[in-house]
Design a protein around this ligand. Sequence first.
Ligand code: SF4
Length: 321
Amino acid sequence: MDTLLEIKDLKKYFPTPKGLLHAVDGISFQVERGETLGIVGESGCGKSTLGRVCLHLLDSTGGQIIFEGKDVTQVSKHELHELRRDMQMIFQDPYSSLNPRMNVSSIIGEPLLIHKMCSSKEEFAKRVKETMDVVGLAPRTAYLYPHELDGGRRQRIGIARAIIMDPKLIVCDEPVSALDVSIQAQILNLLQELQRERKLTYMFVTHNLSVVKHISNNIAVLYLGTMAEKASSQDLFANPLHPYTKALLSAIPIAKAGAKRERIILKGEITSPINVEDRCRFAPRCLYATELCASQNPVLEEVMPNHFVACHHVREINNLK
Ligand code: SF4
């Protein structure tokens, strides 16, 4: 194992007029070099905040972010600036994340200027041209502006900007959810090709489990700022153990003709993430909730090899020993 990123008990709270909003509340995981960790959950579960805090784009409230052995929360501003080269992000909405006043070439090459990576205009132009070629952007688009391009090509600009520094880790925050289905497949294929060629490590944040199924080595399912379940992609789809993961998976249509899966409809109110109490946050929506669930937050435990679940009753629910 060669761990690139290790997150330990990470917390991010936001002050609100009603109290502290627990967006990320004690999450721990590791991402191995060259692998993809899918981070999945409903809107508001804290997955995008988690991605931003892992890159230290947002300050954490507590915990550690260890990247190649260094705790990112403890490094100096200068060290953080250096680390930024290795840790990049691809955003959900390519249009709003690209400066509309800059042309494609300037947007893609901007990180080279910020990090003083080119000694001449010629070198800058060469690096930008090479990167555009890698992501499939035609040279004639170099002097166009974002509004002159379609969504797929705008997302290719975002990817080019992220890879031009030759990073080690990229957090992809819903990178295909704003795109048409046919374009989604092209962008996912491009991300996979880049990963193979450049040994990139991805954290792939999405609300859509089926998007991450084929590209993730491991998947973590988040629920209201906490991790409900984490397993290999194969295990999670074949044998979901947490009641919330089972419900999420039941909503995915099966492609096989005649195959059916019973849909689990979640009822009950979503717990407020503000001033959370010590109880399972999924309890108001869970079919199996007991008094214990209402009085104690379950901790994440390894119930099968490399299969972690936070649920007091995971063994009874799944007939495990
Ligand atoms: Fe459901 Fe209780 Fe498990 Fe939470 S701890 S998921 S409420 S059974």
